[in-house]
Write a protein that binds this ligand. Structure first.
Ligand SMILES: [Zn+2]
Length: 296
């Protein structure tokens, strides 16, 4: 499943599109795209909504969502879901004579300057596209439901999200409305790095713990971006370059194996409906709530 590092890698790899014009767009599956007007009312997607004729001015990201902005304001948001990828095919990487044949599950194709092609491919179709007349509708109708972006999360923002939260810190980290962009792998890795037990209640974390967790989240995500993203074994960015960040995982996928820090075996539990791996020694269990005094 693509997480924030994979989406950020994809965004960076699409930089050659900036300043170029989308000549035509083919939407091969209408049901993967929702188009909205300025009031947020959905309508049938037309090529114009999908940036036909637009000059690309910038690429942004919030959490695991990517947006392509046109110089006239039109905005296309791409959600990769469980299995979505965006591929940029330069003429040299296109098979000669197969101009009209695309990989299986290619749902949308943008022709850029009649020269290269941008493909949205999503076998499991949990991802999708949405379009807005300007960037402000994207923020108003979609990105406003997301918490602050995890790559730049501050201890202050994290403390705000954890305040009054009566649930394990791991489930809060996975909640995109609390913090945008952390999935299962990076939640476990960040908690290990910050020495925090995944079942510790978010509302009970101390200021030093919140500081160390915010720092760990930023570090783990930035390092994964540098390493090229990792979450799918065969994950590749829009140029087809595979990631190697999975080699950096200290706990994810390593239940029962020795902790890199203390050599004791890592534990695997189920938390927030997700496989969770942690070190019982380096991430000590949270203190048990004090028993209620029985009335005399
Ligand atoms: Zn350990």
């Amino acid at each position: 499943m693509p997480e924030l590092p994979e989406v950020e890698r994809t965004r960076l790899s699409l930089a050659p599109l900036i300043g170029r014009t989308i000549t035509t767009v083919t939407l091969r599956r209408a049901d993967i795209c929702d188009s909205f007007n300025a009031l947020g009312t959905p309508h049938k997607s037309a090529p114009r909504d999908l940036l036909a004729g637009a000059k690309i001015s910038s690429l942004t990201r919030k959490g695991k969502q990517l947006a392509i902005h046109a110089s006239d304001g039109r905005t296309l948001c791409i959600q990769l879901g469980m299995s979505g990828t965006v591929r940029l095919l330069q003429p040299s990487t296109q098979d000669k004579g197969t101009q009209d044949s695309f990989p299986a599950h290619t749902h949308a194709v943008w022709f850029v300057d009649n020269y290269s092609q941008l493909l949205f491919i999503d076998p499991r179709r949990f991802g999708g596209l949405s379009t807005y007349p300007t960037e402000s509708e994207l923020h108003q109708h979609r990105w406003s439901t997301l918490g602050p972006d995890a790559l730049t999360i501050t201890a202050h923002d994290l403390a705000h999200a954890c305040e009054h939260a009566h649930r394990p810190i791991k489930s809060l980290l996975l909640d995109q409305s609390a913090l945008a962009g952390v999935g299962n792998i990076y939640a476990d890795e960040s908690l290990f790095r910050a020495h925090i037990h995944p079942a510790a209640h978010a509302g009970t974390l101390t200021k030093p713990q919140l500081n160390s967790l915010a720092r760990a989240i930023r570090f783990i995500l930035a390092r994964a971006i540098k390493a090229g993203g990792s979450t799918l074994r065969n994950y590749a960015d829009s140029t087809g370059t595979s990631g190697a960040a999975q080699l950096l995982h200290a706990v994810y996928g390593r239940a029962g194996k020795p902790c890199f820090a203390c050599k004791r075996p890592l534990s695997g539990i189920r938390l927030a409906q997700r496989a969770t791996v942690f070190c019982p020694a380096c991430q000590p269990p949270p203190p048990k709530p004090r028993p209620q005094m029985k009335p005399a």
